[in-house]
Each structure stands twice: as C-alpha cells, then as structure tokens.
Design a binder for this molecule. Sequence first.
Ligand SMILES: Cc1cc2nc3c(=O)[nH]c(=O)nc-3n(C[C@H](O)[C@H](O)[C@H](O)COP(=O)(O)OP(=O)(O)OC[C@H]3O[C@@H](n4cnc5c(N)ncnc54)[C@H](O)[C@@H]3O)c2cc1C
Length: 438
Amino acid sequence: MSDTKELTCDVLVIGGGTAGFGAAAAAGRAGLEVRLIEASSKIGGVMAFCPGMPWGAAFPCGHSIGGLMEELTGRLAAMSPPMAEARPCALANFGPEIQYDHDVATLTMFEMLEEAGVHLHLNATANAPVMDAGRIAAVEIFDRHGPRTVHARIVIDCSGDADISAKAGVPYVLGDGQGNMMGVTVSFMMVGADWSRVFAENDPYFRRYAAKGIEEGRLHPDLHQLYLMKSFHPGSVFCNSVVIRGVDGTDPNSVAKAAQEGRRRCHQLAAFLISDVPGFEGARMTMLGPTVGVRETRKLEGIHRITGRELAAAMKFPDGIVACDNPIDDVMRGDEMTHDAIVDEGSYYTIPFRALLPKDVENLMFAGRIVSADGTAFASVRGMPQCMTMGQATGVAAAIACRDGLAVQQVDPLEVVATLQAQGVKGIGGASLAPASA
Ligand SMILES: Cc1cc2nc3c(=O)[nH]c(=O)nc-3n(C[C@H](O)[C@H](O)[C@H](O)COP(=O)(O)OP(=O)(O)OC[C@H]3O[C@@H](n4cnc5c(N)ncnc54)[C@H](O)[C@@H]3O)c2cc1C
C-alpha cells in the first residue's frame, strides 16, 4: 500500500476475522471495490489468536450450512493430502465440527480474498468514523505511515468489539446486559501425544486429573474441567482450557494483563499434562496463542434483537441468513462453563438479517460476534461458521445497496436471502436443510 492519505472504496470492512472474511469475499465477488482493514498481522481474528480452534456449528442437524464456509472447507478437503475434515465433537450438545490445518486454512482464506480482488490492509486500525448526518462519510484509520482517511459508500463493522459502530452512535450492551462477559482464553496445542492413551479417559473433561492438579497447587482452580480435543493432525491435541475471568476485551490494559496471565497458566498446564496425564509423556507444547481469544464484548442494537426465547422456539425468520443449532455455550460469565442445548434434537433456528442492521446509520452494517442478540442467544449464535455467513450476508447486501443507491435499511431482505441461496447457503428462505450426510 502506498502512503496516500485519502483512500476510497465501495465497501470498507473493519476487522478480518471470520465475519470480515465473509463480508469482504462476498462484496468483492459481487464486483465492488473492497478494503479490509485488520488491526493485527493476520486474518482470522479469534481463529488466528487461538490457532487450531475447530470451526463448530457448520452442520446443524448434521447438514452443512453451505455458502463460503462450505466452499472453504471443500477447498481444504480437496487438497492432497486433505487439509480439513468434519468430525464428531466429544462434548455434549455440539454437532460435528470441522478440524483443519491452521496455516493452510489461513493461506486459503488469503487466496480467496485475493481472488475476490479485496485490498487487504494489515496492521491497520480503524480509529473513528467521520459522521455526516445519518451516515458514515469516512473512517479514520492508522497504520505505520500515520493517519489516513478511508471514504466508503458502505461500512461493515466486523471488528468483534464494535468500536466504530459505538462511536457512530449505535447503542450497545456490554456482555450479558448485567456487565458479565464470558471469560477470555489463551489456547495452545500439544503435538506428539498418543491419542489412543490420552482419549482412553472416559471423561471428556479430564476432571479427576484436573482435581489432582488443583489440589496440589499446580493448576489454577478455574481449570476444574480440561477442554482437550483431538486436533487435525494425528497426535495433536488442542487445549482450549485456560479461561481468564472478568476481563474487558475492549480495554487494552485488561487484555494485556490477561494475555500474560494466560500464557503462564498454559505453560503450567502443558507441564502438568506431560507429567501426569498418560499419553502426553512424549508430547510438547506448540502454537501458544499470540494473545487472548475474546469471546464477548459489545452487542450492538439492531433493527431486530435476537432473543434466546426465539431461538429456543426454533424460529426460522423470513429474513434468516444462516442456520444454527449450537448450544448455549456460556464460558464462565459466572463460575461455570455450560453448553445446554437451545433447540430440541433434530431442530435448528436461523439468524435474521435485521440483526445485522442498525436502526439509524444508513450505510453501516455489522456482522459476527457483535450481532444484535441477548445474552442467551449470543451464547449460541457466535460460532465461526455463523459469523462467516453473517459476513457473507452483509457483503451481499452491500452489493444490492450500491447497485440501487439504497440505505442499507431499504435493502430487500428477501433479495439478500435469495442471493445467499443462489450462493449455496442452505436452510434459509423457506428451504429445509438438505438431507445430506455431514
Ligand atoms: C477462546 C474461544 C474459543 C472459541 N471456540 C470456538 C469453537 O470451538 N468453534 C467456533 O466455531 N467458534 C468458537 N468461538 C467463537 C468464535 O471464534 C468467535 O465468535 C468468532 O471467531 C468471532 O468472529 P468475528 O469475525 O466476529 O470476530 P473476531 O474473530 O474477534 O475478529 C475481529 C477482528 O477485528 C480486528 N479488529 C478489531 N478492532 C479493529 C479495528 N478498530 N480496526 C481494525 N481491525 C480491528 C481484530 O484484530 C480481529 O482480527 C470461540 C471463541 C473464543 C474466544
């Protein structure tokens, strides 16, 4: 990128997590000029901060949600040797999840953005919107050349934390509405483990080992359940166990402190696994996350706020843009991790497009974990496949808004749904999820 101070584009996507990837790829494929601004040095967001994290919830009721998620998985699975695979999840109430090679997946996502003609700005942070009446006229960003201004027709906030939407005046709720936010996590991988011995343990949470480590003062008391899962490559185990509670993901000081404390607990846990859990004797730690994975901060107020009650009723909204049956995956807003089912087995709900639209700002949409949802609904809708498809929906809507010169609130949601269906998204627009095998 040159050091031009003023940049233009049709669509500015803020944040290159799974939602931002979906938004930028969809808008770029529709022929729009797209700039994707990512504060870190890599795309993926939480997927990059917790490398090896499986893509969950891509198979509601055992059937693919389709769209970009299916395409990305398909590209990886078609490689020789295959670089992704759907496997059952050992934890209660979760459907099959996609395990994949982290580095090949990230490269493939970069390539898909490249093919879509997206201008990717890494190590660039969006700082503030420049408002003009009811629209965002431009967004001020900052990179190593200094401050710049991006003028865009449509802005899609996929930043996970919604700084720009909040500064643009979109109301929001932090956490569950009572100020409780889910714990943040530093993850790591163990390689060289003997799967047959590690997973001979009947308890998927390894509680008796955890209790021993805590009693002996070798593990933090919050590690009473160890979330260990087979990762993509044989002998690799993904450790999604270390949760730091009471962290505000919008506060850089709080995040830095948690990242440091999380690293310490990860090293303690890795040493404990090697010394105490059969099958880890010859293993070693790798892929320690570069920072914490933040699950929950701001939830923006959309035209529609999804509620846990709606999801429990397996609502299929006319403007539903992606299917989901993920449980209520609440990670230590209080003391516990819970993942109770939200819908009856064999059932699913859809996420409405209106939950991605603010009431007022006419050229702003948002996608991913800042979706408009109450605390219960949020705990279910936040999986990466759903975030990616929410992004895809906003990219599609941006193309319609630009084509017809509309405010995003005037875009016909049924056209968005029909376009997504044409792009292979399943289980929406009155269609049932196809009876195919996962
Ligand atoms: C520890 C943990 C475990 C999880 N486990 C699973 C799982 O097993 N399976 C699953 O499917 N989901 C899981 N989830 C949920 C899922 O990972 C997230 O909900 C999802 O990745 C959120 O995607 P996103 O794109 O909305 O946001 P994020 O992934 O948070 O991405 C936001 C991006 O925006 C960038 N950004 C932020 N502010 C700015 C700014 N001002 N300017 C420029 N860039 C900015 C950030 O750097 C980041 O890259 C987990 C989440 C966590 C934290």
